[in-house]
Design a protein around this ligand. Structure first.
Ligand code: BGC
Length: 269
């Protein structure tokens, strides 16, 4: 594969499973050294598994445990990575979770857990990444941009989602944080964009595609008529992290098989 990210250090949060694991492998295949972040001791073995796959494919990286919703842990992760590798070039702000509930039954804990990881976690990691990019400054032989951040959003930054108000609110928040900091740091040659995945086959939405009946219902929402796979998101992440997208700032790239085309309107409305 083309080594478009050769010599670059990438932190991928929430990388022990799902989209984060897939994106880590894609970035490593493109030449980046990947920090496979995972949240707690219980996810260490899964993160090691991702790292082993990366190494078996000829790539490089480390695993790093850090709960992105905790300020001190995030600051320590960035400090340790900079101490070990000299700097960070790419942040994939990916860690995210769902705690679904009918709104009238949603607990404050469910609300705070989702906002804490999905939105505050992205704030804390983006802030540390930007501090490091500003400290290091440009290195043109590595990349035209001084640093790149890719925020993992969702089609639900745009599509309302009953029963998932905490999750949709977190993704709407990510959209405006991403655009605001992209506007703030574009002059310093820091590029910040989002990916808005649709339905991608991962553990987070297992019930939605695990049986043929469930998958058939899910496909009614996807004009392109297939459920996505993590490689679809990995390819988009490599592009947004590489100089191929050097003139792309502050966008959400929907990778969703057309879910945001509101297919219900194709025969109605
Ligand atoms: C959610 C998935 C869901 C998809 C499409 C994602 O952001 O995490 O559970 O299948 O959006 O609705």
């Amino acid at each position: 594969m083309d080594q478009k990210l050769k010599g670059q250090i990438a932190i991928v949060t929430g990388a022990s499973s799902g989209i984060g694991a897939g994106v880590s492998k894609s970035l490593a295949a493109a030449g980046a050294t990947v920090v496979v972040n995972h949240p707690v001791a219980a996810t260490a073995a899964a993160a090691e598994g991702v790292l082993t796959e990366i190494k078996n494919a000829g790539g490089a990286g480390i695993t790093y445990q850090c709960d992105v919703s905790k300020e001190a842990e995030v600051q320590k992760m960035f400090a340790d990575v900079v101490a070990q590798f000299g700097t960070v070039h790419i942040l994939i702000n990916n860690a995210g979770l769902q705690r679904d509930s009918p709104f009238q039954e949603m607990t404050l804990e469910q609300w705070n857990t989702v906002l804490g990881v999905n939105l505050t976690g992205q704030f804390l990691c983006a802030r540390e990444a930007i501090r490091e990019f500003l400290r290091r400054g440009p290195v043109p032989e590595i990349s035209r941009a001084t640093g790149k951040i890719v925020c993992m959003s969702s089609v639900h930054e745009e599509i309302p989602w009953a029963g998932h108000a905490n999750y949709a609110a977190s993704k709407g928040g990510i959209m405006m944080m991403m655009k605001s900091i992209s506007q703030e740091f574009a002059p310093m040659k820091i590029r910040i964009n989002s990916i808005g995945p649709g339905a991608i086959k991962t553990p987070i939405n297992h019930a939605a595609w695990a049986t043929p009946a469930a998958e058939k219902t899910l496909l009614e929402l996807i004009p392109y008529n297939r459920v996505g796979v993590v490689e679809d998101i990995g390819a988009a992440a490599v592009w947004l992290a590489s100089d191929d997208s050097d003139y792309v700032n502050g966008i959400t790239l929907f990778v969703d098989g057309g879910m945001t085309l509101y297919p219900g309107f194709s025969t109605n409305g």
